[in-house]
Design a protein around this ligand. Sequence first.
Ligand code: ADP
Ligand code: MG
Length: 203
Amino acid sequence: MTRLSSDDFRALVTAMASAVADNAERLTELDRAIGDGDHGANMQRGFDAVAADLDTLAAKPLPEALKAAGMKLVMTVGGASGPLVGTFFMTLGKELPEEFDRAGFTEAFSKAVAAVAARGKSHQGQKTLLDVLFPMQAALEDGKSVGEIATIAGQAAEATIPILATRGRASFLGERSIGHMDPGAASVALLASVAASMLEQQP
Ligand code: ADP
Ligand code: MG
């Protein structure tokens, strides 16, 4: 059984916010190629807002903290990605018990991915952040290690490059969306690598 302490939650949010800030320019650059060039700024605004609320959030039990962080992201990220990234964390919080084993985490993660797909009216293969979330879910179900899951997430983001976008703003470009990494997919892979490096350090 795992119980993520309030200090672990703090460390995770802080690391995510700083990774998003460090990569904001790269994420925006990706969105400039096939979108409207705001994805890095959107994500940074959201994660900065969550980090600014950390004292209040970390005082809550983990499921409540995740739900509140998700709601904050919905309110602050904006764009198409805000409600999707926010829904992911809100649903994870709703589905995750305070203490969980791998099977429990996998189930909550799957429900969070399904909620994102429902919210976006989207599915895998459309060049969106779901193209990283679904492979991560499969890797969790396959019993892969956290490090392997982060690697799979990075590869899945790379694999969005040759895909034609059929959802989101990039789909307006048609064939011209081919040859660029999806910015939302890049964000999810980034967050996965931050979470993995933190969880790998756990005893
Ligand atoms: P906007 O497109 O409104 O400017 P962002 O730039 O912040 O919002 O986010 C764009 C990202 O959101 C895309 O790269 C894609 O991954 C994701 N996205 C957009 N629409 C959808 C959708 N319907 N389903 C899943 N993901 C989506
Ligand atoms: Mg955008």
